[in-house]
Design a protein around this ligand. Structure first.
Ligand code: KIV
Length: 287
């Protein structure tokens, strides 16, 4: 794996070679560093942060300023992965001008290398204007969480012939407008495979089966941070929620029992002169 920054060209070449693309969501610098070191090709600062970080029921309340804040943190943490920032609800639906201005802020202030927006052919003009201005765009079709109320909930899309045909037409329209990749979310695997072969740009699936050019998961789902949430399409690779509860429970018990901190974890005037390094520094952390 090359240590060079992943670009839209790297991803296009991966599709041409048949190499699978990996994308994970990240919302802060520490996760960005870990996922980057693990080898993720793309870090998506998803508006899913509205649910998993902020505790909302949908992604709708997330603001552009909040996205910019998280994008900046993720951009500081990653060296190799491409950073994609989600355009939040109603920052691009109102007009092409609003979409241009707000996407520009995600790149200029957030440090993103590309933006992602939900929807199909209706956004073709915005996509082509952004691309002409030098901002790569990742499309997102199928189950589009910002249309939660219009869809009547988080519902699988493209289940009948007309719905599937619409998805293929949307994918083609986004590609023709200049999108460099597409997220395919919540659709039958046969439809996602059809979309994938209908376009020349990479498709990245979530709840869309194995026929896509790559896969994405929300990092909190992959790590098992919430035992109340286990949709069919999620594979939990760890039970980090239980690990966190166990570690914190042991800390709480130690503090209550007077077992933390020990003398070895404390500073003392008896032990000798003050340490030469400050309490918190990168030198003290061995960096
Ligand atoms: O917001 C997000 O995390 C996303 C992914 C689920 C694709 O859009």
């Amino acid at each position: 794996m090359s240590s060079q920054r992943v670009t839209i060209h790297t991803l296009r070449a991966a599709k041409a070679r048949g190499d699978k693309i990996t994308m994970l969501t990240a919302y802060d610098a520490t996760f960005a560093r870990l996922l980057d070191e693990a080898g993720a090709d793309i870090l998506l600062v998803g508006d899913s942060l509205g649910m998993v970080v902020q505790g909302h029921d949908t992604t709708l309340p997330v603001t552009l300023d909040e996205m910019i804040y998280h994008c900046r943190a993720v951009a500081r943490g990653a060296r190799r992965a491409q950073i994609v920032g989600d355009m939040p609800f109603m920052t691009y639906q109102e007009s092409v001008e609003a979409g241009m201005r707000n996407a520009g802020r995600l790149v200029k202030e957030g440090g993103c290398h590309a933006v992602k927006l939900e929807g199909g052919a209706q956004h073709a003009e915005l996509v082509s204007r952004l691309v002409a201005s030098g901002i790569p765009v990742m499309g997102h079709i199928g189950l589009t969480p910002q249309s939660f109320h219009q869809m009547g909930g988080f519902r699988v899309q493209g289940k009948d012939a007309a719905g599937a045909a619409r998805l293929i037409a949307d994918a083609r329209a986004l590609e023709a407008a200049g999108a460099y990749a597409l997220v395919l979310e919540g659709m039958p695997s046969e439809v996602a495979a059809e979309v994938t072969s209908a376009v020349g740009i990479p498709t990245i699936g979530i709840g869309a089966g194995a026929g896509c050019d790559g896969q994405v998961l929300v990092i909190y789902d992959l790590l098992g941070m919430d035992d109340r949430f286990k949709p069919k399409f999620v594979r939990r690779y760890a039970d980090v929620g239980a690990t966190i509860k166990d570690a914190c429970g042991r800390f709480i018990a130690d503090v209550r029992a007077g077992a933390f901190p020990s003398p070895a974890e404390s500073f003392s005037t008896i032990a000798g002169p003050p340490a030469a390094v400050p309490l918190y520094s990168s030198a003290a952390a061995g960096k």
